[in-house]
Write a protein that binds this ligand. Structure first.
Ligand code: ACM
Length: 544
């Protein structure tokens, strides 16, 4: 009896134990993406944030409580985790969506119910977006009840530091922006024809040779080089670990991409023996032009040894990445057709056309990654030349190809992440341009995709089966950087389109309304300003 009383006292003292209410809260928060259900009690006192959020030490020292405190802190909420009284409770409630959560805010405190720890980053961002000024000007959370869960589990953005550098600080700023809107995957494009951007200890020439180039196409005219050698640019392993850990603290997993077998000129310039070195005129170098380059890896034992070692280091640097991206797009076959070595290899393997060489690479890479317990992701070309392993993931981008590669992947029973260039290429033009040469769009890629166009996408086609629906695991925007020389322009390209992407990936199409969404976006301008983000205003002008 005495023992039961003691347990009861301990539980109560770790729960919500009273706080001073805020002055009345009259502002209703504008949340992006819009939660499934949200009731706010306007005009009433809310939860006062002036003195922080007290967390009973028994809560913050529990596994779940400490995860909640970390998520709330990372979202910018003022946490006091070592108190004798408490204003936060966290509880696991079974639900089939691991990101499902419910939030109840009262003047006394915050009650979180979550399906799993995976729900914490989004719940924390809803709270962070809900901070408003109460009637006396101090920060408060309104009394509210929220229930929410995303439509799709993978919500990503691809950044390309290969064509133009993107520094650690610029990358961290993009991660904060992604986290704010509940995107949870950074697809980091780390190797391409124009540069190799990640330190690999077992192959130092990748960065000694591959991380700089003789010149860069000018922004004004992509047909003309600027004549200026670039400085070496790559992320050291220490910087990679720093970015991965920072992303992790914000609930974002970083998915690295190393291109195989095409888009590999920088690697082949560093180690020419990896390419088709027996073709006439073979002279690999780090590319100084944009577009599709002819250099591809040769299917040789030394290439496979190289890929084994590179991907072993990559897997170690990205321990939480369940997927590793191998590129696979736009791999020309000409060099394979002209290489006596590859022709003989094809004959030995019983291959009838050079596309089967790419297919061979995809299978070897899937086997390699399976040994590290990771799944392969590739651009949708990976399904063009035959079946791929059942656990491979297809990143759908070629909206113009018929038959549609999204449908082909689904009918093969493969998981798909959708990033069609018809809607989610954030390097594409958004319509009216600022009167500033820095904002010139990419050469021929002038398709207009403003946020309304992004918002109009329905990621769940009406004509698919419930089984196929389960294979639609994600949505992603890609921001290639041929025309994006720095973080300033990157922000202009991504904001507010990133808000539209987030809502498309979170909320069913039939519940979305673009005009109502715009009102919420406008309410986020002060946050963009506070973060010094160069967003695109409604009239097309840059904010900074
Ligand atoms: C791509 O845009 N080449 C995937």
């Amino acid at each position: 009896m005495k023992l039961r009383l003691l347990v009861l006292t301990a539980l109560l003292s770790a729960g919500i134990t009273g706080a001073a209410p805020s002055a009345p809260v009259t502002i209703s928060p504008a949340i992006i993406p819009q939660p499934q259900s949200m009731q706010v009690s306007p005009g009433q006192p809310g939860f006062c944030l002036k003195n922080g959020i007290k967390v009973h030490y028994k809560v913050s020292r529990s596994k779940l409580g400490s995860a909640a405190v970390r998520a709330l802190m990372a979202a910018g909420l003022p946490m006091l985790p070592e108190e004798n009284t408490g204003e936060l409770t966290v509880e696991i409630v079974p639900h089939d969506n691991p990101e499902w959560h419910s939030i109840r805010v009262s003047p006394e405190g915050i009650e979180l119910k979550i399906a799993s720890e995976k729900a914490l980053p989004a719940a924390a961002q809803t709270l962070a977006q809900s901070v408003v000024k109460s009637a006396d000007g101090s920060p408060a959370l309104p009394c509210m009840q929220v229930q929410d869960a995303p439509l799709l589990p993978y919500r990503g953005l691809m950044l390309d530091p290969c064509r133009h550098p993107l520094t650690v600080d610029e990358t961290r700023k993009m991660l904060r922006l992604m986290a704010r809107y509940k995107l949870n995957r950074l697809h980091w494009h780390l190797a391409d024809d124009q540069g190799w951007r990640i330190e690999i200890k077992s192959y130092p020439r990748l960065t000694e040779v591959g991380s700089h180039r003789a010149e860069t196409p000018t922004l004004a005219n992509h047909e003309i080089g600027d004549g200026r050698p670039t400085a070496p640019f790559y992320f050291t392993q220490e910087q990679v670990r720093d970015i991965v850990a920072y992303a992790n603290s914000l609930g974002i997993t970083v998915i690295p991409e190393i291109e195989v077998p095409g888009h590999s000129s920088a690697a082949i310039a560093a180690y020419p023996e990896l390419g088709n070195s027996d073709i006439p005129g073979y002279a690999p170098r780090v590319a100084t032009t944009w577009g599709v380059l002819p250099y591809t890896y040769a299917p040789k034992p030394e290439t496979m040894q190289f890929l084994e070692r590179v991907f072993a280091e990559v897997c170690e640097l990205f321990p939480r990445a369940e997927f590793i991206h191998i590129g696979g797009d736009e791999a020309p076959r000409d060099q394979w057709q002209h290489s006596p070595y590859v022709q003989q290899f094809m004959q030995q393997q019983g291959m009838r056309h050079a596309g089967q060489v790419q297919h061979w690479f995809t299978h070897r890479m899937a086997e390699l990654l399976a040994r590290h317990d990771r799944r392969l992701v590739g651009w949708d070309e990976i399904i063009d030349d035959g079946a791929v392993p059942a656990n491979a993931v297809v990143m759908y981008w070629r909206s113009w190809v018929r038959p549609c590669s999204l449908k082909r992947a689904l009918s093969s029973g493969l998981d798909v992440i959708q990033s069609p260039d018809s809607h989610f290429y954030f390097n594409f033009c958004q319509g009216k341009l600022p009167d500033d040469p820095r904002y010139k769009p990419h050469g021929s890629l002038t398709a207009e995709q403003d946020w309304r166009h992004v918002y109009s996408y329905n990621p769940i086609p009406a004509d698919i089966s419930p089984e196929q629906r389960r294979h639609l695991i994600g949505l992603q925007a890609n921001c290639w950087s041929e025309s994006i020389a720095d973080g300033h322009k990157l922000e202009y390209q991504c904001v507010p389109r990133i808000c539209a992407l987030a809502e498309v990936a979170w909320r069913p199409a039939e519940l979305r309304n673009a005009d109502e969404f715009l009102q919420r976006v406008l309410a986020h301008y002060p946050w963009f300003d506070e973060q010094n983000i160069n967003y695109r205003r409604e009239d097309g002008s840059p904010a900074k």
